[in-house]
Design a binder for this molecule. Structure first.
Ligand code: INI
Length: 153
């Protein structure tokens, strides 16, 4: 039996972090967590581009363009969609997720999903560097692993 999996070696190439400004108080710690995770795995801070967009809707659109640009080894999508009183949440979160899948599939470039989708502000805060960890850092680590895995497939 042969197991093929990615490791966390420092890959060549640039990383794009695409981040929504909406709910910025939650998203900024995700960006910091993602940058910190990449740098502590040997990625130069100069090899990281942070692309800011209005909200989660635009995260998917920008990620599609970035992934297909040929400039990046991976794209890390970071945002926070927090449920409100209307169905808006479902449209924004759903279409963001669909666009990120399409970005990854159309480009062959790994796209990681660090977009929080929560029922409450508290749940979002918990996932942005407090008691449930930092999902930005997790998304960055997943991107690293996938870049190294794709190199073997
Ligand atoms: N964008 C988010 O990133 N999070 C949200 O919770 C959110 N809500 O709830 O509305 C949100 N909306 C903005 C949306 O992503 C677009 O920026 C906007 O509709 C303009 O296209």
């Amino acid at each position: 039996m042969k197991i093929i999996e990615g490791d966390f070696a420092t890959p060549k190439g640039r990383f794009a972090i695409v981040a929504g400004r909406f709910n910025g108080f939650v998203v900024e710690p995700l960006v910091a967590g993602a940058r910190d995770a990449l740098v502590r795995h040997g990625v130069s801070d100069d090899a990281i581009d942070v692309i800011r967009v209005p909200g989660a809707w635009e995260i998917g659109l920008a990620a599609h363009k970035l992934a297909n640009s040929g400039k990046y080894a991976a794209v890390i999508a970071l945002g926070a969609v927090i449920r409100g009183a209307t169905p808006h949440f479902d449209f924004v979160a759903g279409e963001c997720a669909k666009a990120l899948t399409q970005a990854a599939l159309s480009s062959g470039v790994p796209v990681s999903f660090g977009v929080l989708t929560t029922d409450t502000i508290e749940q979002a805060i918990e996932r942005s560097g407090t008691k449930a960890g930092n999902k930005g850092a997790d998304a960055a680590i997943a991107a690293l692993e996938m870049v190294n895995l794709y190199g073997k497939l």
